[in-house]
Design a protein around this ligand. Structure first.
Ligand SMILES: Cc1cc2nc3c(=O)[nH]c(=O)nc-3n(C[C@H](O)[C@H](O)[C@H](O)COP(=O)(O)OP(=O)(O)OC[C@H]3O[C@@H](n4cnc5c(N)ncnc54)[C@H](O)[C@@H]3O)c2cc1C
Length: 467
């Protein structure tokens, strides 16, 4: 390969999209990826499952509402299944809630959230302060949740939001509630899962003959040089005109101080440390039969805590009983390929609680938990396989994705714009879900930031060539 135009660090969504775009414009690109696989936080699991199950991203949110991932999938000839709305069921401490109680909870949470958004929209320069959490509005004595006839049930239900946030309600800023412009509405799941789709994106880059992908190579240092950059890995040193860094925010928090030469400016360093990477883990139980009630109609179950008080949970059973849990059922009619699999979306509290126990213990506890809550007539067979993610411990992710703006002096969505700003006269660019102000935390954010950086580098290289 001739002299490199760009080195892209990371072969996740953002890196793959940037590589494809630059390679198709004729630039020489090297992609350096520390893992032995492509995809990053797109990871599709097939061992012991009925169909491929995504352990990282699984849905193209806002598929019909303009998510650019839709265009990419179409260009590559990858089909998708658009999800159909399904019933959801809520289990309280004493069993399944009837429709009226369940609708009351949904309505109250909707109203509390709308009030919080309105407060944020009408905030002054001082109030609510940037240190006021969303929980303050939700749990205010006059809130729609607190005025329920069963306030503890209503507040426990509000914690379902901790799944998409990846953060507890006490961490999320009230001031910026609803600020983001994420794609929403319809969801779609790519056929075969997300990891093969990212592989296809990168294959389109290598197919041009302009891109080389090196797996299992960790970048240790990124240095500004006269009219270029040097990137050192555990295997070699490479030189290029530009570099796009898609290293996740969690990893930047750990490594930024010794990764860049010259060091990143103070404002950038402070923003890296001041933003938050959330926790969202998945626990997948594969069964031979869909033994749970209304398996053919219900697509998701919410379980409210059955254990309150009693101190810190000491066992995996305690963790599950103490948490608000959202469980997706693949046996429901949401997707065309139904299969007897249950997937727990674990928000920070249960995720950190369960991470202390071995998978076998967690699997047994989860199966016992489901049996106790569903109360089937006969004892169901145990899962045939299970898997639990540990994104928060994965050294190349150190978390699921960035969270909405968290509480803290000076914190705002502008932080995500700061994280996206190029440095070194434009030769050092940043992409990734953390580097896109409106769509942070999603595949869309990674894709949009990758496209943006590819376009920016294209313009810069054109300008440099003409100089
Ligand atoms: C459990 C979970 C569920 C999710 N669900 C959804 C969903 O349904 N829909 C949605 O839109 N989004 C979802 N997301 C978010 C989505 O997965 C991410 O936003 C997206 O995959 C991030 O892409 P990225 O390119 O920014 O980062 P990554 O995919 O993390 O890519 C960065 C790459 O850099 C590599 N790297 C790190 N350090 C180095 C180094 N020093 N040298 C070389 N390489 C390095 C990493 O190994 C990684 O491959 C989910 C995430 C999780 C964890």
């Amino acid at each position: 390969m001739a002299t490199l135009d760009t080195i892209i660090i990371g072969a996740g969504w953002s890196g793959a999209v940037a590589a494809r775009q630059l390679a198709q414009s004729g630039y020489k690109v090297l992609v350096l990826e520390a893992r032995e696989r492509i995809g990053g936080r797109a990871r599709t699991h097939t061992e012991g499952t009925h169909v491929p199950v995504d352990l990282g991203c699984s849905f193209i949110h806002g598929y019909k509402e303009g998510n650019p991932t839709k265009v990419i999938a179409k260009e590559l000839g990858v089909g998708v299944d658009v999800t159909k709305p399904t019933e959801s069921a809520i289990y309280g401490a004493n069993g399944l809630l009837d429709a009226s109680a369940a609708n009351d909870l949904r309505d109250r949470l909707g109203r509390a959230h709308a009030t919080a958004r309105n407060t944020a929209l009408n905030s002054t320069s001082l109030l609510p302060s940037s240190t006021t959490p969303l929980s303050a509005a939700f749990f205010d004595p006059d809130s729609a949740l607190s005025t329920s006839s069963t306030p503890s049930t209503a507040t426990a239900f509000a914690r379902t939001l901790e799944v998409p946030f990846g953060a507890v309600l006490e961490q999320v800023s009230l001031r910026w509630t609803g600020w983001e412009d994420n794609f929403a509405g319809s969801d779609a799941a790519p056929h075969g899962g997300f990891q093969p789709l990212v592989e296809r994106v990168l294959a389109a880059a290598t197919h041009t003959g302009n891109t080389r992908v090196q797996l299992g190579e960790t970048v240790l240092r990124i240095q500004e040089e006269q009219s270029g950059v040097n990137v050192s890995t555990d295997k070699g040193v490479y030189r290029a005109a530009t570099v796009i860094c898609t290293i996740p925010l969690g990893v930047l928090k750990r490594d930024a101080a010794h990764l860049f030469e010259p060091k990143l400016p103070v404002r950038r360093t402070e923003t890296i440390q001041g933003t938050h990477v959330g926790i969202l883990e998945k626990l997948v139980l594969t069964y031979s039969d869909a033994w749970w009630p209304k398996a053919g109609t219900v697509g998701s179950f919410t379980f409210l805590p059955s254990r309150t008080g009693g101190g810190e949970p000491k066992t995996a059973d305690d963790v599950l009983a103490s948490a608000t849990l959202v469980v997706a059922s693949f046996a429901g009619p949401s997707l065309p390929r139904q299969h007897p699999t249950l997937l727990f979306y674990l928000s920070p509290t249960p995720a950190l609680g369960l991470a202390k126990f071995p998978l076998e213990e967690v699997t047994d506890a989860a199966h016992a938990f489901l049996t106790a809550r569903f109360q089937p007539g006969t004892q169901p067979a145990k899962p045939t396989s299970s898997v639990m993610t540990d994104w928060h411990k994965d050294p190349l992710a150190l978390g699921a994705t960035t969270t909405p703006s968290i509480v803290g002096e000076g914190r705002s969505p502008l932080d995500f714009a700061e994280l996206a700003k190029p440095l070194w006269g434009g030769r050092l660019g940043f992409a990734g879900e953390h580097a896109e102000m409106n769509h942070r935390g999603s595949v869309a954010g990674a894709v949009i930031s990758g496209m943006r950086e590819a376009e920016r580098v294209n313009l810069l290289l054109t300008k440099l060539a003409e100089a």
